[in-house]
Design a protein around this ligand. Structure first.
Ligand SMILES: *Cc1c(COP(=O)(O)O)cnc(C)c1O
Length: 357
């Protein structure tokens, strides 16, 4: 194997315990998008062993395969109740985050068909303007509470717009809007914070925190020291080292030209592996704690590094592309994106292994 994505499940569990202690109350694990690329089928059972009993996904089809692995846990589907799929949610005991009067009506109808109350989450929009009940819908529920008959409200949740920006006024505006909405709805446990929301202070505490990214190595406090572990390491072996003369170019479109006789190391990783093409001419790997500059274009299956300054690097040596020494946020900054996209783009061709780093 010339690439290896090592994932440390114990470090993910340690991150979850840290976040739960910080929250001081029940804490879910968000495992949508295959646990942000790290493998929900491995991550979720490990977090269950650590004591987690609430898991969140975005799509119903992400929840269904987790059900047999987590028989006694709540599995919440953030993206709501999808048209025509209520039976699927019931079959796999998924909790839809109901975000409109239409979804509430469909879940109520499903409960009537089943002849029992069905559990669900209510999603209140407080500023995102994507999914969730708008203020008019909350008002309707307040005056027509029978719309919730047959639905067992497990949580009322909202989602923060800018939790990673502690100075952002909207954070507190959302808290106020959420409190006002909850006052009009039947009493139920509340759920507010994502990863960064857990670092905003006691006002953002709720009955269920919902961290995702911070479990997997994204810094929930950008611009401040990373408070948790980076639980993955992506490495690639050098396939070939090429001596390139001054004036010679490397890679597609000759975007990099050697100014001096250079040594170019090529690895079997490219944008088809989710290694962003935007890193062309701007990426960094790490070898023995030393930075190694990416040169030329990232191509579909290969990427090139200038190892002139590291004569020790040869064929078979491992360059670290992502890991504790090269955290997702650092790579993201160079690619013009965020750590979330770096993780969720991690390719299917990497050889994944679950072990301590
Ligand atoms: C993705 C998501 C989360 C987790 O957010 P992180 O920033 O990854 O911690 C929480 N709640 C909702 C509704 C989400 O969609």
């Amino acid at each position: 194997m010339v690439t290896e994505l090592a994932i440390d499940l114990d470090a993910i569990a340690a991150n979850w315990r840290d976040l739960r202690a910080r929250h001081g109350g029940p804490t879910a694990a968000v495992v949508k998008a295959d646990a942000y690329g790290l493998g929900a089928a491995a991550v979720a059972p490990r977090l269950h062993a650590a004591g987690c009993r609430q898991f969140c996904v975005a799509h119903p089809a992400e929840g269904a395969p987790l059900r047999p692995l987590l028989p006694d846990s709540e599995i919440i589907v953030f993206n709501g109740l999808w048209p025509g799929e209520a039976g699927f949610y019931v079959q796999h005991r998924l909790l839809p985050a109901l975000g409109s009067l239409a979804e509430i009506a469909a879940w109520q109808a499903e409960a009537a068909r089943e002849g029992r109350r069905l559990p669900a989450v209510l999603h209140v929009d407080t500023g995102m303007n994507r999914l969730g009940l708008d203020p008019g819908e909350v008002a309707r529920l307040a005056t027509e509470p029978e719309r919730l008959d047959g639905i067992a409200l497990r949580y009322v949740m909202t989602h923060l717009v800018s939790a990673e920006c502690p100075e952002e006024r909207l954070n507190n505006v959302q808290l106020d809007r959420f409190a006002a909405a909850c006052a009009r709805l039947p009493p139920a446990p509340r759920s507010i914070a994502n990863s960064s929301g857990l670092f905003l202070g006691p006002g953002f505490r709720s009955n269920l925190a919902r961290p995702g990214a911070a479990l997997y190595g994204v810094n929930p406090t950008p611009g401040r020291p990373h408070p948790l572990r980076v639980p993955l390491r992506l490495r690639a072996q050098v396939l070939r080292v090429r001596e390139v003369g001054a004036g010679e170019s490397v890679g597609y479109n000759a975007t990099w030209v050697a100014r001096r006789p250079s040594r170019i190391a090529t690895i079997s990783v490219g944008y088809a592996d989710g290694y962003h093409r935007a890193l062309s001419g701007n990426g960094l790997a790490c070898f023995d704690g030393e930075p190694v500059p990416l040169v030329g274009r990232v191509s579909m299956d290969l990427t090139t590094f200038d190892v002139t300054e590291q004569p020790a690097i040869g064929v078979g040596d491992w360059l670290e592309l992502l890991g504790p020494a090269m955290p997702p946020d650092r790579v993201a900054a160079r690619a013009g994106t965020n750590g979330y996209e770096i993780l969720t783009a991690l390719g299917r061709r990497y050889h994944r292994v679950y072990r301590p780093l």
